[in-house]
Design a protein around this ligand. Structure first.
Ligand code: ATP
Length: 357
C-alpha cells in the first residue's frame, strides 16, 4: 500500500508540531523518520495511524483520502517502544489476540488461529516461547512478540515507534538487522521512528530527516549521508568538521588555510562554512610549504581497521577529527604531539544565507 501525507499541519496549543508536511512513502518500502527529540516524528506517525487528527491536510492510503477513516479501518499494525503485551496472557494468546477480537464474520476458526500464530512465532523465531508469559521474556524477545502480534491481522502498513529504543546497544543492533531481513521477506509498507542516525541509515530504504515540525531532506541513506541538503542534516548525520571563512572565486579562506571549492567559482565574496566528514580528510606529515591545514596530533585511537585522530589546528586551536586506515597510520608512524597537515578530499560549502551553490 502506498502512503502519502499532504500539507499536514498539527498544533498543540500554540506549539506547531507539524508544519505543512508533505511526503510519499512508496509501497513495500521501509522508511525511517529520523530527527531530534520533539521534531514531530511520533506526531506524524500517529496522524498516519489515525490516532491523532491533523488540523489540516490529508493522509492518503493507496491514493484515497483516509483522513476520516477510523484507526481500525486503516489496516495498520503498530509496535511501540514500550508495547504493553498483556501480562496475564501467554505469548501465544498475545499473538492470537487481534484474530480473536475480529468481528464474528471475519474471525478465523480456532484451527486457523493456531496455524497462523505458529507461523508468526516461527517467523519471529520465537516459537519455543509460545507458553511463556511476557514477564518471563527479555526486552528483545518482547519486541519480537509485539511485532508478531502486529502482523497477525495482516496489516497493509506497519508503524513502529522507536521499537528498539528501550533495549541495550547490542540487542538493538541485532534486532534492527533482523527487522531488515523480516521486511525483505514480507514487504509490508513500513514506517519507523528513530532518533538514532546509525539505525536509520542501516535499516531504511528511505530516510526522512525532520527538524522542528518540517522535513529537511528525504532520500536514500546514501543520498542523505553523502549529499546532505542543509547544515542541519550534515550535523545530525554523523561527525563533521566545520570550517568558517569567506568564499571568493572558488576558494574558502579560513584563517591560515585556503580550501578549494570548485563549485563556487562564481561567488565573489560571501561568508561561508565548509563541512568535511572525518573520513574525508587526507592526513600527512608536515613539510615546509605543504598545502592544507596545519595541525597537531593530540590523540590517536587506532583499533581495528581504522585510526581516529584528534587534531588541533595550529592557527586557531580548533579541534578537528580525521579517520584514516590503521594501515596508513602505522605506515606514517605518527606519534602524539607531532605536527601534521590535513586536506579535505571532499567538502561541501554552504554560503551563510543557508543556500548551497
Ligand atoms: P521524541 O523523539 O522525543 O519522541 P518526536 O520527534 O517523536 O520526539 P513528538 O512526540 O511528535 O516528537 O512531539 C513533537 C512536539 O509536540 C513535542 O514538543 C511534544 O512535546 C509536543 N506534543 C506531542 N504530543 C502532545 C500533546 N498531546 N499535547 C501537547 N504537546 C504535545
Amino acid at each position: 500500500m502506498t502512503i502519502a501525507v499532504k500539507n499536514i499541519n498539527k498544533r498543540f496549543g500554540d506549539f506547531v508540531a507539524l508544519n505543512n508536511v508533505s511526503l510519499d512513502f512508496p509501497a513495500g518500502e521501509l522508511t525511517a523518520l529520523l530527527g531530534p527529540s520533539g521534531c514531530g516524528k511520533t506526531t506524524l506517525l500517529r496522524c498516519i495511524a489515525g490516532l491523532e487528527h491533523p488540523d489540516s491536510g490529508q493522509v492518503l492510503l493507496d491514493g484515497a483520502d483516509a483522513s476520516d477513516r477510523h484507526v481500525r479501518e486503516r489496516q495498520v499494525g503498530f509496535v511501540f517502544q514500550h508495547y504493553a503485551l498483556f501480562k496475564h496472557m501467554t505469548v501465544f494468546e498475545n499473538v492470537a489476540f487481534g484474530l480473536r477480537v475480529k468481528p464474528r464474520a471475519e474471525r478465523p476458526s480456532e484451527d486457523q488461529i493456531r496455524r497462523k500464530v505458529k507461523d508468526l512465532l516461527e517467523l519471529v523465531q520465537l516459537d519455543w516461547l509460545a507458553d511463556r508469559y511476557p514477564p518471563q521474556l527479555s526486552g528483545g524477545q518482547r519486541q519480537r512478540i509485539a511485532l508478531a502480534r502486529a502482523l497477525a491481522v495482516e496489516p497493509r502498513v506497519l508503524l513502529l515507534d522507536e521499537p528498539f529504543g528501550a533495549l541495550d546497544a547490542k540487542v538493538r543492533k541485532e534486532l534492527r538487522r533482523w527487522l531488515r531481513r523480516l521486511h525483505d521477506d514480507l514487504h509490508v509498507s513500513s514506517i519507523f521512528v528513530t532518533h538514532d542516525q546509525e539505525e536509520a541509515l542501516e535499516v531504511a530504504d528511505q530516510v526522512v530527516l525532520m527538524n522542528k515540525g518540517t522535513v529537511e531532506q528525504i532520500g536514500t541513506p546514501d543520498q542523505v549521508y553523502n549529499h546532505p541538503a542543509s547544515p542541519f542534516v550534515y550535523g545530525f548525520l554523523g561527525n563533521v568538521n566545520v570550517f568558517h571563512g569567506r568564499v571568493h572565486e572558488g576558494v574558502l579562506a579560513s584563517e591560515g588555510a585556503q580550501l578549494d571549492v570548485p563549485d563556487h567559482t562564481h561567488v565573489r565574496d560571501a561568508k561561508g562554512t565548509a563541512y568535511v566528514r572525518p573520513h574525508e580528510m587526507d592526513v600527512d606529515r608536515y613539510s615546509a610549504g605543504a598545502e592544507g591545514i596545519v595541525v597537531k596530533l593530540r590523540r590517536a585511537h587506532a583499533i581495528g581497521p581504522l585510526a581516529q585522530l584528534d587534531l588541533e589546528r595550529a592557527d586557531n586551536a580548533q579541534l578537528i577529527e580525521a579517520t584514516i586506515s590503521n594501515e596508513r597510520f602505522q605506515n606514517l608512524g605518527l606519534k602524539e604531539g607531532e605536527t601534521l597537515v590535513v586536506r579535505p578530499k571532499r567538502l561541501r560549502v554552504f554560503v551563510d544565507e543557508g543556500a548551497s551553490i
